[in-house]
Design a protein around this ligand. Structure first.
Ligand SMILES: N[C@@H](CCC[C@H](N)C(=O)O)C(=O)O
Length: 283
C-alpha cells in the first residue's frame, strides 16, 4: 500500500503530515518510530494525522505522535503546520479554523501575512494537573510564580512547572548555548516526579520582551523549536516578573512570538509554517 505524506517544519521543528481523510493511517508505535528515524525512515520530530471531526462546529481533528512513537496531547508548531497543510491540500477555505486535538479544541488563524496564530488555551499550574508530584516539596515564591526545587545531576535547580495541555518544566539559564541540554534534558524528562514525563525548557532572558530558548522534548529529544515549550517558558517568565508580553522567543530554528495577559487568559503563539516536500512510501 502507498501512503502519501508532506514534510513540513515550523521554525525548524519538523513534521510528517498525513491526510487521514483520503487514506487510512493506522500505524503502530513501532511503525511511527521507524518513520521518524532520520536514517532508517523519513525523519521527523513529530507526525500529524489530519482527520474529520465529528463535533459540530469543529472543522478537523488531528493526532500527534512523537518520534518515539507515543501519541501526545498538543504541539504548538505542529498546529501551524496543520493550518498550512489543510489550505495547501484545499481541504478548507476558511482562515479561522477550529480543531480537535487530544488536549481539547483549539482555534487557529491564518494571518494575511502568511504567519499562523494559535490560541493555545490557558496554562495550568496546579501540580496534579500537569501532572507533577509535588508532595513533600516546598516551593519558592518569585513574583507570582511558584518554583519547584529538583536535584538534576547533583545540582539543585528551580523549575517553573506548567501544562500547556502537555507538561513542561522550565528553568532559567545564564547562557542557553552553554546549557547542558543533552546531559540534563533526559534526566529532567524522566524525573520520577513527572509521571507522564516532561518537556524540559532552558530559557535565557535577553530582556523583558525577548528570550532565547532550547527545549529537550519528551519523546523527541532536543528540537530546533518547541511551540508549547515557548509558551510555557514565556508564561513562567511573566509570572516570575522577568518578562512582559509580547515576548519574542529565539529558538535555534527560528523565531516565535508569544502573547499572554496573565492568569486566566489564553496564550497566543504566532509563527511560520513551511512545506519542504511531498513524498510517498510503501508499507
Ligand atoms: N514540538 C511540539 C511539542 C510536541 C509534543 C511534546 N514533545 C510532548 O511530548 O509533549 C511543540 O511545538 O509544541
Amino acid at each position: 500500500m502507498k501512503i502519501k505524506f508532506t514534510k513540513m517544519h515550523g521554525a525548524g521543528n519538523d513534521f510528517l503530515v498525513f491526510d487521514g481523510i483520503h487514506q487510512a493511517i493506522n500505524f503502530t508505535p513501532e511503525q511511527w518510530k521507524k518513520l521518524a528515524d532520520r536514517r532508517f525512515g523519513v525523519g521527523a520530530d513529530q507526525m500529524l494525522v489530519v482527520e474529520r471531526s465529528e463535533i459540530d462546529g469543529v472543522d478537523f481533528r488531528y493526532r500527534i505522535y512523537n518520534s518515539d512513537g507515543g501519541e501526545v496531547e498538543h504541539c504548538g508548531n505542529g498546529a501551524r503546520a496543520f493550518v498550512k497543510f489543510v489550505h495547501e491540500k484545499k481541504l478548507i477555505k476558511k482562515t479561522r479554523i477550529r480543531v480537535e486535538i487530544m488536549k481539547g479544541i483549539i482555534e487557529l488563524n491564518l494571518e494575511a501575512n502568511g504567519l499562523i496564530t494559535v490560541a493555545m488555551d490557558s496554562p495550568e499550574f496546579e501540580p496534579a494537573n500537569v501532572p507533577f508530584d509535588s508532595s513533600d516539596l516546598k516551593p519558592k515564591t518569585e513574583g507570582q510564580a511558584q518554583l519547584w526545587p529538583l536535584e538534576i545531576n547533583k545540582k539543585k535547580t528551580l523549575f517553573g512547572v506548567v501544562s500547556m495541555g502537555n507538561p513542561h518544566a522550565v528553568q532559567i539559564v545564564a547562557d542557553v548555548d552553554a546549557a547542558p541540554v543533552e546531559i540534563d534534558g533526559p534526566v529532567i524528562e524522566n524525573h520520577p516526579r513527572f509521571p507522564q514525563r516532561v518537556n524540559a525548557g532552558f530559557m535565557q532572558i535577553i530582556d523583558a520582551h525577548h528570550i532565547k530558548l532550547r527545549v529537550f522534548e519528551r519523546g523527541a529529544g532536543e528540537t530546533l523549536a518547541c511551540g508549547t515549550g515557548a509558551c510555557a517558558a514565556v508564561v513562567s517568565g511573566i509570572l516570575r516578573e522577568k518578562l512582559i508580553s509580547p515576548v519574542t522567543v529565539t529558538a535555534r530554528g527560528g523565531e516565535l512570538l508569544i502573547r499572554w495577559d496573565g492568569v486566566g487568559h489564553e496564550v497566543f503563539l504566532t509563527g511560520p509554517a513551511v512545506t519542504v516536500f511531498e513524498g510517498e512510501f510503501h508499507i
